[in-house]
Design a protein around this ligand. Sequence first.
Ligand SMILES: [Mg+2]
Length: 268
Amino acid sequence: MGLYSRNDWILNSFFHPLSTREVLEKVEQKIKDHLKRLLPHTPPIILLDLDSTLYEVGHRTLAIMKEWNQAPRTQLSIQPTLDRVTLEHIGYSLADMAHKLGLKPDHPETHHALKELKSFWGDRFFTNDYLPHDKPYPGAAEYTQGLFELGAHLVYLTGREESKMHKVTVKNLKRDNFPWCEKRTILVMKPSVSIQDVVHKQNVKSLINKTGTLIASFENEPVNIMALSKVFPEAMHIFMDTVYSDNPTEAGNNLFRINSFKKEESFS
Ligand SMILES: [Mg+2]
């Protein structure tokens, strides 16, 4: 079985040929259908990833990068280039950003600067302190609120580490008007950094099975969506096509794909 990454994964996977609007409405319909069957002990559940699914985290990286670039100790020849970085240059990783900027990572000074920046970024990105920079994708909160109002239970399932990021994760969800209610929303964070994201995501199985029936998951990371689709073969798995790692995974054959939470937007 072949393993594919990024665009090759998309090209080799099967996504139902539906527009963004049709996918988003299908999830709503499935919630309604489930509730019509009057199964109060198995409420419909929606799994929602946070980073690069509900939230545009490029703003977080941008703020960290600007901070690093402004410090006097980093007077390097790449500074003028980094000065002009905008959100559009921020991909999944700093390596993506360097590529988009046309930087030459093999050049010794650039190599050194990027290494220093990466370490600076790594010390900050995964902390409460920089989470306030995150912004939800347009329509994400409204759509999620709609699912909640239909009667769905929401599980925010994130690879963010609980001890370092819980406080502002909750604060942001409330700030940005995502549903937050003791009885019908749960935030599942990583208890330890040593657990792989994909394992952490698979581990939600027991919680879901105890709580109700998984209707759909929303996720931007190919490896995670493939893992979830195996754990919950009956549910819809929706790939949020934003940014994602180049970690390879096998091709999917029963997936959905969106690039927005706004129903009027579709793939061109
Ligand atoms: Mg994500």
